[in-house]
Design a protein around this ligand. Structure first.
Ligand SMILES: Nc1nc2c(ncn2[C@@H]2O[C@H](COP(=O)(O)OP(=O)(O)OP(=O)(O)O)[C@@H](O)[C@H]2O)c(=O)[nH]1
Length: 651
């Protein structure tokens, strides 16, 4: 149905001759064996012996497990039972069992008397992290498209295939989990033929868990993915495709060399900032950092050059030698945020610490957009743009885990637009159509000609038996059907145009629960459409709660308001007096709940006169209060909002 991926790729070319680099076994965490007797000599890997590839798939189809097996097979890590998702290095990834950051590893592999250098990039599967996938692909000439032998093609399989297809990469289909009782690799092979137009006999059937047939994946990488086309004799041209911040060493940039050579001591220039640096260290990721003398065109590795400030190594930047300026590489399309939320320090005295933490984390996750913001209630903060709610949660969790930062998050909102009619506002904004990313700045209806809401083209893949329920769900979310096809006898692919705000919060969970987990979902940007929108405020005893201001479609205002009030009622602790929770549009109250009065006496069970015990309890109560936010005289635990935000539903 679709044309198949081409086999010719980006402009990379040829080089010198191969020889071995032997890593010396030395176990580390997760059985990693990356110690070398001496620095590997990367000149021994000519371009024709290099393959750069990514593993892409729908979430949970086994990318990281396959990466583990490839690392073991090539002797990069020890073969132990502990090797589970070795490349998922972040705490958040290991806790959630998902990949959120693409990770690179250079593997050495002997095949038919030659030693190859294989650069592997493991990528996330969830739609919120697809920006990581598209960036990773820029450093590759081919992909392993992993598909679960039981679940078959899912929504992100389709989305990721097209990212690779558009980047003109070679696609090797890998059908994984053939050990499962319900595996049906033949059926999946047919789906791959039908949906991607790839001949079934190109599919490699494996069990990444048991290691079955994984060796043939490495052979296919060598045989079916072309070496990069690069020019080692040209002056250096390196693409920064990822970067992290290390407290002691500054910025560590992951680079792919398109031209030339880079060595320790070289003077390099950032095409973006025009600043000059001296290279302190270059090397490969194996998967830990391993210094080398040099890196050559066609290779992928890391570079440290004394960049101390997080703004200095932008992802997508081109590095070149001092006095040898080059045409910068195309870089990356900037990520388009799908949801925005206010982020404020719990305590204003922590503003600067949080600012630095956000700066460092956004260096590593460049898909987050940052605007300064402030509010009367919450003080100075930021409005951050994320690619989805999971992305927002993961970013928040990383801020807490990696930078010990505690933040207040406001209700996420999608970027609405307003076409202004008020001459005063047009003058103030200097344009007629404005994008509103902060609900507090939503212009009043009397000042606009129309409001516009963002829409996305969503793909749902489901077993046929759930189609009816899914169509009903999509209709309840104001979606318009665009297409419906069978990808095999009992699997349907539906395409719908959705208002973005109808899917960002809980659409995925609803879809999963009504299809017993079988349906999958992915979406892409599809512009804007006119919509009847209203701004809804939440009041606690008449006091406005900035965290919860929401823009809603007129049709949904009542149910959303009622839902927020009910959830707030469940998460607010009872206090000495009654609390009225109201959802209000303009001056009209559309929903109301009440929390009854109650006094929590921490000393109630503390009979007798043990003063130290009483002091201890009172101190603990004071400490607890730091986690509270006062709205009027009402004390609201910080996590009450998070609970409401997480579970707020647009039904
Ligand atoms: N039975 C079986 N299970 C497998 C196989 N490969 C992976 N799994 C399991 O499938 C689950 C998901 O595997 P991962 O490797 O984390 O999948 P992933 O695609 O990297 O997931 P994300 O990074 O979250 O997108 C884990 O529980 C694995 O143990 C396989 O060949 N057979």
């Amino acid at each position: 149905m679709w044309v198949r991926a081409g086999r010719t790729l980006r402009p990379w070319a040829a080089g010198a001759h191969a020889a071995a680099v032997e890593p010396q076994a030395a176990s580390r965490a997760y059985g990693v064996v990356t110690e070398f007797k001496e620095k590997p000599d990367m000149s021994k890997f000519p371009v024709e012996d290099i393959r750069n590839f990514s593993i892409i798939a729908h979430v949970d189809h086994g990318k990281s497990t396959l990466a583990d097996r490839l690392l073991e097979l090539t002797g990069t890590i020890d073969k132990t039972k502990n090797n589970k998702q070795v490349l998922d290095k972040l705490q958040v990834e290991r806790e959630r069992g998902i990949t959120v950051k693409a990770q690179t590893a250079s593997l050495f592999y002997n095949f038919e008397g030659k030693r190859y250098l294989l650069n592997l990039i493991d990528t996330p599967g969830h739609v919120d992290f697809s920006y990581e996938v598209s960036r990773s692909l820029s450093a590759c000439q081919g992909v392993l498209l992993v598909v679960d032998a039981n679940e078959g093609i899912q929504a992100q399989t389709v989305a990721n295939f097209f990212l690779a297809f558009e980047a003109q990469l070679s696609v090797i289909p890998v059908i994984n989990k053939i050990d499962l009782k319900n595996a049906d690799p033949k059926r999946v092979e047919k789906q791959i033929e039908k949906v991607f137009d790839i001949p079934g006999d190109e599919c490699i059937k494996i069990s990444a868990k048991l290691g079955t047939n994984v060796e043939s994946v490495l052979q296919a990488v060598i045989e079916r993915i072309p070496p990069p086309k690069v020019y080692r004799k040209n002056p250096l041209r390196a693409l920064v495709f990822d970067s992290t911040f290390d407290q002691y060493r500054g910025v560590i940039a992951n680079i792919a060399l398109f031209d030339g050579v880079v060595s320790k001591g070289d003077k390099i220039v950032s095409a973006h900032t025009k600043k000059t640096y001296e290279v302190n260290e270059v090397g490969i990721l194996n998967p830990n950092e391993q210094s080398t003398h040099k890196l050559y065109a066609g290779q992928v590795g890391f570079l440290i050059a004394g960049m101390k400030d997080v703004t200095e190594a932008q992802i997508g930047d081109t590095l070149h030698l001092h006095n040898h300026p080059v045409e910068p590489l195309p870089g990356f399309k900037s990520a388009k945020p799908m949801v925005f939320a206010g982020v404020y320090p719990v305590d204003q005295s922590e503003y600067n610490t949080l600012k630095s933490a956000i700066g460092k984390l956004t260096l590593n996750d460049s898909s987050v957009t940052v605007h300064r913001d402030s509010s009367l209630a919450l003080g100075a903060g930021w409005r951050l743009g994320f690619l989805g709610l999971l992305h927002m949660e993961v970013f928040n969790q990383r801020l807490e885990q990696e930078y010990n930062a505690s933040v207040i998050l406001t209700t996420p909102t999608v970027p609405y637009k307003a076409v202004l009619s008020s001459a005063k506002l047009i003058k103030e904004y200097k344009e007629k159509e404005i994008t509103v990313i902060n609900p507090a700045q939503f212009p009043d209806k009397s000042k606009v000609t129309e409001y516009l809401e963002p829409v996305v083209l969503g793909t749902v893949i489901t077993p046929d038996e759930y189609t009816g329920k899914i169509i009903a769900l999509c209709q309840a979310r104001r979606a318009v059907q665009k297409n419906m096809i069978f990808i095999d006898q009992n699997r349907v692919m539906l395409k719908y145009l959705f208002p973005l705000n109808e899917i960002v919060v809980d659409f995925y969970d609803s879809l999963k629960s009504l299809s017993s987990g079988y349906a999958s979902f992915d979406y892409e940007d599809a512009g804007y459409q006119a919509a009847e929108l209203v701004k809804m405020d939440i009041l606690l005893n008449g006091n406005f709660v900035e965290e919860l201001v929401t823009i809603v479609h007129k049709e949904k205002a009542y149910s959303v308001g009622k839902n927020i009030c009910e959830r707030l009622k469940d998460s607010l602790p009872r206090q000495l007096f009654e609390i009225a929770i109201q959802a209000v549009i303009g001056s009209k109250v559309i929903a109301r709940e009440t929390v009854k009065a109650y006094r929590k006496n921490v000393l109630a069970k503390c009979y007798g006169g043990d003063i130290t015990r009483k002091m201890k309890l009172l101190k603990r109560q004071t400490e607890g209060k730091k986690k509270l936010r006062k709205i009027g005289n009402i004390e609201v635990p910080k996590d009450a909002f998070i609970k409401v935000l997480k579970t707020q539903s647009n039904k």
